[in-house]
Design a binder for this molecule. Structure first.
Ligand code: ZN
Length: 277
């Protein structure tokens, strides 16, 4: 089922690629795989992908989805009904106006697939090279992880949501190890943990908004230039650590990245769920 939908989506993408893709399409994988209560679902409609992209940052009223999509009410209504039937989206009454509905995601985004991503990564020069003269075990494991991720990207498969979830889980464990009452002490411990585990060098850049720079980043140091941040695992780890520290949901957003040609990976930590940039 999964491969069928994936192949179907990529075939349709081939036709779509004859036109010039816009940025919105380029930044959104054309096929998205979701896990809902009723199983694994693949979405290959650009309109539905666009709606799901809006909802990933939180619930929205129907009127706002219509306005942001630039589509007719009837079109959006049909797509929302399809997504509800698939168990990916749910709705509830608006507390301010019972005649209106608010929609929200009721599923986990797992994997995206895009022909554009594939074309970016498929050439051999994008893969990391291991230098055996170093005889460095950490270097070798990082080489394996980077090769695994770039191999998936070279097939058009992005596992960023899964990396983020895995990072969040790992962050829960690290959070127990580095926990401190005061934020400066916590950051010292984070820097110590990163250093002792060869994950990179951590520096406090700003206190407000809390901004941390990561040099020699374990996740993206071997990555080719992609033009966008790629450290989804580290983002999940930091989100987890700082949400535990502050006792409420925080988001770690990567503003700079080696994969964008920057001199470090820079994360801003801010309260609340992620907001669209
Ligand atoms: Zn990065």
């Amino acid at each position: 089922m999964y491969l069928y939908f994936l192949a179907k989506g990529l075939d349709r993408w081939s036709g779509f690629m004859k036109g010039k893709p816009d940025f919105a399409v380029e930044s959104s994988p054309f096929v998205r795989i979701f896990a809902s209560d009723s199983g694994i679902k693949a979405i290959d409609s650009p309109v539905k992908v666009n709606i799901l992209e809006m909802l990933k940052d939180g619930e929205l009223p129907f009127e706002e989805i219509v306005a942001r999509s630039g589509r007719a009410k009837s079109t959006v209504s049909v797509h929302l009904r399809d997504l509800s039937d698939l168990g990916i989206v749910r709705s509830k009454g608006d507390p301010c106006d019972s005649r209106k509905k608010r929609f929200f995601l009721h599923s986990s985004y797992l994997v995206g697939a895009s022909r554009i991503e594939r074309s970016r990564f498929e050439t051999e020069k994008n893969f990391p090279i291991y230098d055996p003269s170093k005889q460095d075990a950490v270097d070798f494991f990082r080489y394996i992880l980077s090769t695994l991720r770039i191999t998936l990207l070279s097939e058009g498969i992005s596992i960023d949501p899964i990396l983020y979830s895995a990072g969040y889980r790992v962050g829960k464990r690290i959070s127990e190890i580095v926990a401190e009452k005061r934020t400066p002490d916590l950051i010292d411990n984070v820097a110590g943990f990163w250093g002792s585990h060869a994950l990179g060098e951590v520096e406090l850049r700003e206190k407000n908004p809390l901004t941390l720079d990561f040099y020699d980043c374990f996740e993206c140091r071997d990555f080719p230039l992609t033009g966008k941040p790629v450290c989804s695992f580290e983002s999940g780890v930091l989100t987890s650590i700082f949400s535990d520290h502050f006792g409420s949901t925080c988001t770690a957003r990567e503003r700079k990245c080696y994969a964008m040609g920057d001199e470090c990976c820079r994360f801003e930590i801010f309260p609340g769920r992620p907001q669209a940039s």
